[in-house]
Every structure is written in structure tokens, then in C-alpha cells.
Design a protein around this ligand. Sequence first.
Ligand code: WT7
Length: 693
Amino acid sequence: KTNNFLRHVESMKLMPSGAGHISHLNAVILGDSLATEEDDFVLPSHDFASQANVQSPEQYLKMYKRSIEDPAGFWSEIAAEFYWKQKWGHKVCDENFDVRKGNIKIEWFKGGITNICYNCLDRNIEAGLGDKVAIYWEGNEPDLDGTLTYIQLLHQVCQLANYLKDNGVKKGDAVIIYLPMLMELPIAMLACARIGAVHSVVFAGFSAESLAQRIIDCKPKVVITCNAVKRGLKVLYLKDIVDAAIKDSAQNGVSIDKCLVYGNSLATKREDTKWKDGRDIWWQDVVPQYPTSCLVEWVDAEDPLFLLYTSGSTGKPKGVLHTTGGYMVYTATTFKYAFDYKQSDIYWCTADCGWITGHSYVTYGPMLNGASVIVYEGAPNYPDAGRCWDIVDKYKVTIFYTAPTLVRSLMRDGDDFVTRYSRKSLRVLGSVGEPINPSAWRWFYNVVGDSRCPISDTWWQTETGGFMITPLPGAWPQKPGSATFPFFGVQPVIVDENGVEIEGECSGYLCVKKSWPGAFRTLYGDHERYETTYFKAFAGYYFSGDGCSRDKDGYHWLTGRVDDVINVSGHRIGTAEVESALVSHPKCAEAAVVGVEHAVKGQGIYAFVTMVDGVQYSEELRKELVLTVRKQIGAFAAPDKIHWAPGLPKTRSGKIMRRILRKIASRQLDELGDTSTLADPNVVNQLIELADS
Ligand code: WT7
């Protein structure tokens, strides 16, 4: 096995040595990178590598070098494959990445006039893909499905776009989309893009309060939702949540005139849906009456495409803003290379469009490539743990992209659910959301992929728009659990606590030097927070918030968040958000939330809670607290554990020492470290005593 890698390394030696920022990468590839027995390489098969879009480390390195040395040339050649009504100005990229030199600014293809919906649909139809299936929709119930070809999708998108225009939505206006994984969700996103409206998709698992917060922030012209949806055996009444959110928004001065409701008759009957005449309107009653063609609103490459909220280390969610041109070029290119995409592929990403993964790799990236995409409404383990492989066989899925949490949960259910299906169509697997532990990687590789399919462990973020560090299947020998190397145009650096770049084998904070086309341009309405959060921690760099180490072969290993953000099942949750929900309960005096290792979810939410004087802890109270968090944020943010705390460990200046709480939460009691700086060291013993009560 190692011989093959050594052969790669040998051939790398023929390459001229790189200069400057990529000399490091060269060094690890060219240098003394001798694979040893302990190294756990998994090599792409010859068959795979020889058909891959990028076939070897040499080819990768050549392209990578070009992307770094001549980003303008590299990206403008790719951008030229898309349709531009008017070409961009003389500068492909204009950026200031250094707060010390002024405000942070990132611009790509400025002056270029285009439309991402046109590039997803019309352009592909003109190229002959009109009758190709764009969406295979699979319902919650196994016998329920539907398809849309590219032409049919275009017609539906145009009808909705015309409806929106007719209801006063203009270029630059916001539209909130609160939908489950129906075809109408990507349709709604594309319809907004077609008319230059800015969509803000809110994951349909967020509570009314979270939805209201997002409505208040962007003041949408229209809210798009559906009456209800069935996921597994549960029915979720989305329209009720929207009603509550609209009411809440109105009390905060933002009123909604139009709520477009898709009637999902399988979940509930129309007549059972609460209705406000004049404001609420059934999608099916109006949208199909509109023409199936709609002129495109041409926009500047730097005009906003969408807003997507994500959690940070303070209470208020951040409205990540992506623009059109750079995002388009970046999502399309990353999709093509990281999944080794070919026109014959059938692609399934299990993510919901409510998260960035669904934006970039359910809707835009795949459709820009003219791909056939599966949109699955239901739960991945319904009616049983074999459902994913049932879907893979039904549609002959070739690329399957999911999250480690699902891999681990299916792994627990046993191999039988997997092996009873053929899965022979699969050729590439993908993972995203959190570091994938080597044992889950191996199970995914050996059992799901029959030791045949490379795994693309893609590291990226809502903010980055697309993949940043990712294997290119076929190009690299893989190491289970490593996201491997940077994508074209991306310069990851690892810095120490002083912001000094560290070379070679090391670990530290993961930053990025220079912009890439898919980068977010600001936090909506708060450019200052954008600069402070991402560009001030280590001046001169974009700071990801993640820790990372690099091994002797130059492979990157992500080690998780280094800020007060918890990653639960691949979803980012700010500890401060959960804490503020908990303390909103009248009986809760104080709360401190930490992440704790969880076998399936990656991290679980562990809350230390102090009650107001005189209140007795009880099971009932515990349930009330959990419910409070579900109501304020959403079910996915519910704490896994409430730990009653008569007091919290604080420094004399009153700062909660989370380091100690993390150790108590994970029961690493002999690793509490120095507790002498605590204002009251005794609280630690109290907490330990109450640990399992
Ligand atoms: C955070 C971003 C980007 C899509 C899903 C989550 C973690 C994401 C990986 C990976 C290790 C990963 C990081 C990152 N993360 N992918 N392949 N390996 N960690 O998007 O909600 O913006 O969260 O997810 O901690 O910072 P997000």
C-alpha cells in the first residue's frame, strides 16, 4: 500500500519547487515525507484515479500552484464557462483582508452582470440538458416520489418568480423561506435569485421565536411556508409556527403582508389550517396561474444573493451575506472537483436546504453543473435504518454526501441494514459538519462504500460558501479522519496564539490568508461585527474559529471549535444562545453551557443551571427548562443534560471557568487543573457531588 504513495511522492520530486506560500506544501510532498508503517493511508484504486477529474497529487499541485500564483487568471478562466450578460471590470478580485489597512472588503468579478438562476437553468437547458432530471423528489413515505426535468423546473421557478414580482418583490428585497425538503424549497430559492431578491431560508426546525428574530432582521416582503410536513412518524405544523412568528414580528414593528403557503395535503388537510384572509394565500391557488417564463433580473456579481443566519459566541445569530458571482463560480467548481462530478452522476446530499450545505450543495453547486439531485423530505432512518440505501438503490445514486452524525447512528444500527442493499451505483462518498472520527470513516468506507469509494471529508463553513479543505477523490492517498489539503485558491494557515504562522508539523488556530470567490462579504447590517469576529482575532487573516493540526505529510486534521460554539450533529449552536434561553425561565438564576462528547451527535449540550433562591430542583423543572430552549431556539438545541448547580466556578473577577465545567461534564475529575484562582473553590466539590443527581 505504501509503495503507491511513495511512487506519488517520488513523482512529486520531478516538480519544480514552489515559491513563497506554497513552498511549505511542496516541502511536505517533496521532502522527507516517508510513509511509515503507522501511517494509515487509503489509496484510490487505479480504476478510480484514471477516470478522475484530477488524477494525481502532481496534477493537483500544478492546478493549485496556478490558483495561488495567478488567482485572477485561474478563476476568470473558470468564470468564463458561465453566462455573463456583461463581463466583469478589469479587476477579477479586489480585497482588503487586513483590518490594519482599513475596512475589510472582498469583491470578485465586480462589474460583471449575471444571474445565478439563469446559469443553473436556462444555460443548462440551452446546452441540451432540458429533459435531464434536475430533481428526484423522495417523500417521507417510501412510495411517494416525483421528478422535475430542468425544463419543468425552469417553468415552476418562473411561475413563482412572476408571483413574487406581482406581489411587489423587487431586486434587493428580502424573502423568508420556511419550508421543509419539498421541491418547492429549491424552487423558491431559484425564483428569488431569478428576480434579484435576497432569500433568507430558515431551517424548518427553528422555533417561532428564532424565525421571528430572522424576520425582524431582514423585513421580508413575503414569507413562504407550507401548512405541515411529516418527518418519520411526526407531523410538524409549520404554518402555526409561522403565525406565531409573524405575530411576534408585528409586535416588534415588522409586519408581513403576504404569506404564501404550500398545501402539503399529506400532512394535514387544508381546512384544518388556521388562516388569515388577505395575508395568507395557498401556493397552489395562485402560482400555477402565472406564465411559465419570466425575464431574468440581471445583477452585479457583488449584488447579494442570500442571507443565512448562523450561531456565534454571543447571543444574537449572525446574518451571513453571500453575493452572486464569486459564490456561483466557487460552489460550481468545488462541487465538480471535490465529488469528481460527471454528467452521468446521480447526486444525493442529505442536508436540509435550511443550512449552508443545502444552499451550496443541494441547490446551487449541483444545479450549476446540470446535475440530477435527490431531494429527500423525510428522516434518514424512517421507516428503518436502511432507508438511505433503499434510496441509493432506487435512484442509482453515485455520489452520497452526509454528516458524521448520521454515519455513526447508522453504524450503531448494524451492518445488516446496509448490506441488504446493493449500493453498487455508489462511487464517491462525502462527509461534512464536524470532524469524522476514524472509526466512523472506516465503517463508511468499508461497509457503505464496499472499500471502493473515496471519501471527501469537506471542511468548510457557512461563512466560506464552499469547500475549503477537501480531498479530491482520485488525486490523494487518504488518511481516515483528515480533510487533507486545501481546495484551489485557498491558503489555509495555522497560527499560534500570537497570530504567528507556524510551519510544518504543528497545531494551532486555523486561519485563511487572502480571499476566495465564495467568501461571505459581510454580516447583514453589522459590518463591524464581521470585522471583529473574523478579521481582528489574528490581523491579516480570516479566522475560522476552528483548531487544526497539520501532520508531517501536510495533511490537515480539524480538531473542533475553539470558541464558545458547540457542534451538535453538525449544527452550530452558540453556548450563549442556550444560556440566554435557560435564564429566561423565571426560576433560573444563572446558566453555563458547555459541549460534551456524544457518541452519535459528536457533541451534546451540557447545561449547568443555578436556580433562584428557594426553588427546589425537580424532574418537572428540568423538563420545563428543556422545553424553554426548544421553544426559543428549536428542538435541535435542547440540552442533553441539566446539571443542578448551587454555584458556578468563577474567577475573582466573576468570569465563569468553562475549562473546569468541561472537565466536570466529561467526568474527567482528575484533570480539573488549578482551581486555586476560583473565588470559591468549594463549588467544584458541590458540583461533583451533584453530578449524577
Ligand atoms: C463548522 C461550520 C459547512 C457545512 C456544515 C456546517 C465544523 C464542518 C467539517 C469537517 C471538521 C467541520 C467546523 C466549522 N465542520 N465541516 N469536514 N471537519 N469540522 O456549517 O454550521 O457553518 O459550521 O463546522 O467546526 O467551523 P456551519
